[in-house]
Design a protein around this ligand. Sequence first.
Ligand code: NOJ
Ligand code: MG
Length: 562
Amino acid sequence: MSAAETAWWRDAVIYQVYPRSWADGDGDGIGDLPGITSRLPHLAALGVDAVWLSPFYTSPQHDAGYDVADYRDVDPLFGRLEDADALVARAHELGLRVVVDLVPNHTSDEHEWFQAALAAPPGSPERARYIFREGRGDDGSLPPNTLPPNNWQSMFGGTAWERVTEADGSPGQWYLHLFDVTQPDLDWTNPEVGDEMESVLRFWLDRGVDGFRIDVAHGLVKADGLPDGPDDFDATVHPTAWQPMFDQPGVHEVYRRWRRIADEYAATTGQDRLLCAEAWVLPVESLAKYVRPDELHQSFNFAFLMTPWIADELHEAIHEGLAAVAEVGAPQTWVLSNHDVVRHASRLGYPQLPGRLRIEGIGADDPQPDAELGLRRARAATALMLALPGSAYLYQGEELGLPEATQLPDDVRQDPTWERSGHTSRGRDGCRVPMPWTADGPAMGFGPGGTPWLPQPESYRALAVDQQDGVAGSTLELYRTLLRVRRERGLGLGGLRWLDSGPDALTFELTGDHTAPTVVLVNLGETAVPVPDGLVPLVASGPLDDDGRAVPTDTTVWLSPA
Ligand code: NOJ
Ligand code: MG
């Protein structure tokens, strides 16, 4: 195979660690880098290729670190820069690659650039790094500059504009924030912004990281003139239609520039570096543009994540996802859970209706998911995902089958969405609850003491790592087996050919020179499906019936020719 075909990321399984919730080294109730380093052997034993860390940089933590005040340092909450170096070194020793998060769309309001912008007058070079504008009047009855410059909405609710007070105390210009008011958007038409982010990329590459996950990758460049969006415009609904702040053509030039940097490091060090886009872009053909040969390597396929547990909808999502990236010669990037969406063990525990699945937070007064059904389907969905050609991302705790924490008291919520939506949207805290490592001990083994920053549901105790380790049939052992068999058979590397199956099942064969012949059968129907003749089970997401010859409802099996 050529170098491009063998690059590690093409079939990599990458495990997302949400630093504040994975392992707490110092016992202050908040996860940290030394805690993560001490737990890395868990990932080596799980059998993943890499770890992606959500932001751990200096930050006031108004959006859990996605509000960066200093891109070149570690927040004291999580440790020091040396702790990041130690983490990277230990991961490499264990054969794990390290991907860090880059947040180029916005900074924190505490970033020195934004502080300088506030202190400087309108029209100054300091303001030109952000998107400051004059407001509008309302046809004459209000004075000019009274209303926000356009109708854009924040992803966390409310207007996306905030008015500042000028140095002389007068009401002043407005600045754009697509997220929290403490996350001002940078102006990517200003070359200084691109130069600074390039320097940040190099800073972390020089420290030995293997790649970046790029936050809001579709948002950097806004439509010229910042026009109003469509009348029924709601930025919080993941878009299918044109939106002036997302997926603008100019964004691709940024990624061509970054690809040249990644290639330069790969060439000089012999280590491939990865760039992965977080881009909520539809349709999949538009998303595929982010992974053209001279742009990024990967882009999460969120259409797959939002597809309900319905055979023909999954068939279509997988088929279209693979076809779109095949056009540009890139592998597909699959994901079922992350720190922004309801965990798939809970998402799939609701009745599955055609269309897109609900991914927003759940409160105690909302209808509750069926935990048993959700876990059964989640295991089947993971076994489906890990068989697909391409790369896959896992989110911390899914290897334990953790459900969403749906009963969090509202007064412990920390996601800015809850406040900004006027308490109408519960936000994302329910998927961010600290990991249970042991059934006993402080904070279920999360740390040596302290109260975890979000309370762990009692149901997490029985799911702790030490309760599943070595236990046949546990979700943890299922993940370990799936990852081992996937690696042994080269499942991520080949192609996929659909086989005939009834309306409520998916059956496909994995093909290719580097893939051992493997058939995957997913039963989404109400009755058991027989294992086709000539095939024997390798691994199944749940018990099989009829001495291994029948696949029950909501079960996935990997099969090999007898
Ligand atoms: C996407 C991140 O995943 C999310 O957690 C964050 O709130 C927004 N981008 C803003 O940075
Ligand atoms: Mg800590």
